[in-house]
Ligand binder design. Structure first.
Ligand SMILES: Nc1ncnc2c1ncn2[C@@H]1O[C@H](COP(=O)(O)OP(=O)(O)OP(=O)(O)O)[C@@H](O)[C@H]1O
Ligand SMILES: [Mg+2]
Length: 259
């Protein structure tokens, strides 16, 4: 049975999409079947893997509606073995409003993903920078949530609100939702501020923070413009190695054997 991990933080630009693509690609490189759900109308995960969002009529949204699409029919293969994606497109913007009156509207993504849970080892949901209905659906569908935090000014801003939302979802919608971990991203060893954020997070969140830290690495920001996960763009880069380490840390944490 696959594990569903939502990558969420309502703060923008903290590395959610970079993490979704590269964590999923790292699992794929280790020969675990991985599926990315692009749950953001910006469709950055879709375009970052070389798919054109304008070409797809359906997104996860159409799978969440009554008489909607079967998610199995809209999964796209990527150029990489073991890595598939449910693309997004701009239609997802309207979903929040259109779903206001439907029944069990928070549980729609969970229902949609039930059909594919067995076919993958990991399903990674890339959330948008919002705590709106689509993100609530992602957290309700997920087994765990991974929270990227940028090692920058105001890193912890909004984290309290996010953790509170997670608590509400645990109590009302998804009692099994775990926190997979807090992931520090865009770490710059030369910056005192970066180091302060790391020590603050380690003090505050202890075991909740991953050992693996993602450095600021130019290859990570270049890779999407070549439609590649970093491991295919420059496998030896610090960015590629750090996401592979994260994947291994998650496998170990979940007692899944690495080979
Ligand atoms: N570790 C990193 N090193 C260098 N650049 C990075 C790193 N992580 C992310 N970036 C760059 O920072 C920008 C924001 O990253 P990303 O798109 O992953 O954030 P996001 O949280 O998904 O943003 P949004 O909230 O808009 O969805 C992108 O241009 C990305 O290439
Ligand atoms: Mg994003």
């Amino acid at each position: 049975m696959g594990k569903i991990i939502a990558i969420a933080n309502q703060k923008g630009g903290v590395g959610k999409t970079t993490t979704a693509i590269n964590l999923a690609a790292s699992f794929a490189a280790l020969e675990y079947n991985a599926l990315i759900i692009d749950a953001d109308p910006q469709a950055n995960a879709t375009s970052g893997l070389g798919l054109n969002p304008a070409e797809y009529e359906n997104s996860i949204y159409q799978c969440m509606m009554d008489d909607g699409e079967d998610v199995r029919d809209i999964i796209q293969e990527t150029d990489f073995d073991y890595l598939d994606i449910v693309p997004s497109n701009i239609d997802l913007v309207g979903a929040e409003v259109e779903m206001i009156n439907i029944e069990k509207r928070e549980e729609r993504m969970k229902r949609a993903l039930d059909a594919v849970k067995d076919a993958y080892d990991f399903i990674i949901i890339d959330c948008s920078p919002s705590l709106g209905l689509i993100t609530v659906n992602a957290l309700t569908a997920a087994d765990s949530v991974l929270v990227p935090v940028q090692c920058e000014y105001y890193a912890l801003e909004g984290l309290g609100k996010l953790l509170n939302t997670i608590k509400i979802i645990q109590s009302r919608l998804n009692p099994n939702l775990m926190i997979e971990g807090i992931l520090m991203t865009m770490y710059d060893v030369r910056l005192r501020l970066s180091n302060q954020v790391v020590s603050e997070i380690r003090t505050h969140f202890k075991d909740m923070a991953f050992e693996s830290i993602i450095p600021r690495n130019i290859k990570l920001s270049e890779a999407p413009s070549y439609s590649l996960p970093v491991i295919a763009y420059d496998a030896e880069s610090k960015g590629a190695v750090s996401y592979l380490n994260l994947a291994q840390e998650i496998l170990e944490k979940n007692n899944i054997s690495i080979f």
